[in-house]
Design a protein around this ligand. Structure first.
Ligand SMILES: Cc1cc2nc3c(=O)[nH]c(=O)nc-3n(C[C@H](O)[C@H](O)[C@H](O)COP(=O)(O)OP(=O)(O)OC[C@H]3O[C@@H](n4cnc5c(N)ncnc54)[C@H](O)[C@@H]3O)c2cc1C
Length: 172
């Protein structure tokens, strides 16, 4: 899936998204940026529309970001004097949205509970969890698998795109 959006007349944002369960797709985001760009160029080459222009822009841009879309679900948000807030504890994923809201609301609730219970952090963390959990469950529960499937390349087409000859060489 390719999404293009412009929030000012001078800049365009382009999103490439892929549904792929290979080890390479999971590991590539921890590789050097040039390798990440090559991964996306390989997957989307010949995809049609304005893809060539977008891929050229990807090689040139300083604003490149590549990541696996994941959702963090854990029953425990604290241990000892340490508590998790935001994505670290309950990342929603771009497919549910509201990650920023969950992080801000979580920080607000946590700060309030610590302020109410400064001498008893386990109690503060327990109330933090009890208060926020329903909100987080609602945010995370709104990932609809049908949304994930919508618009993604079919497997056969993705394989033919990724096996196409003529890899572009990373720029030096
Ligand atoms: C492509 C994309 C689009 C998104 N769109 C939306 C949207 O439209 N609406 C929305 O609500 N949410 C959106 N989100 C989600 C949102 O960005 C996150 O949910 C939100 O930023 C979580 O805030 P956070 O403070 O928990 O984590 P972060 O914003 O990730 O902040 C964590 C910070 O910790 C720093 N850090 C990491 N490790 C260390 C370390 N060892 N020492 C010191 N600092 C460290 C990082 O550099 C970072 O600054 C999107 C996310 C992505 C990836």
């Amino acid at each position: 899936m390719i999404i293009r959006r412009s929030h000012n007349p001078a800049q365009t944002q382009v999103y490439f998204a892929l549904r792929e369960n290979s080890e390479e797709a999971t590991a590539v985001h921890r590789q050097p940026v040039e390798q990440q760009k090559q991964f996306w160029a390989d997957r989307f080459r010949d995809a049609g529309w304005q893809t060539g222009r977008f891929l050229d822009g990807m090689w040139d841009t300083e604003f490149f970001y590549s990541q696996e879309a994941v959702q963090v679900r854990t029953d425990t948000w604290s241990r000892g004097r340490v508590a998790l807030v935001g994505d670290a504890g309950y990342c929603g994923s771009p497919y549910s949205g509201r990650g920023t809201s969950a992080a801000l609301v979580g920080a607000y609730v946590l700060a309030g509970e610590i302020n109410r219970n400064p001498a008893d952090l386990p109690a503060a963390f327990a109330t933090y969890r009890a208060t926020l959990r329903p909100f987080v469950d609602r945010v995370q529960g709104e990932v609809n698998p049908k949304v994930l499937r919508f618009g993604f390349f079919r497997k056969a087409r993705r394989e033919s795109a990724s096996s196409a000859p003529g890899r572009r060489q990373p720029r030096s």
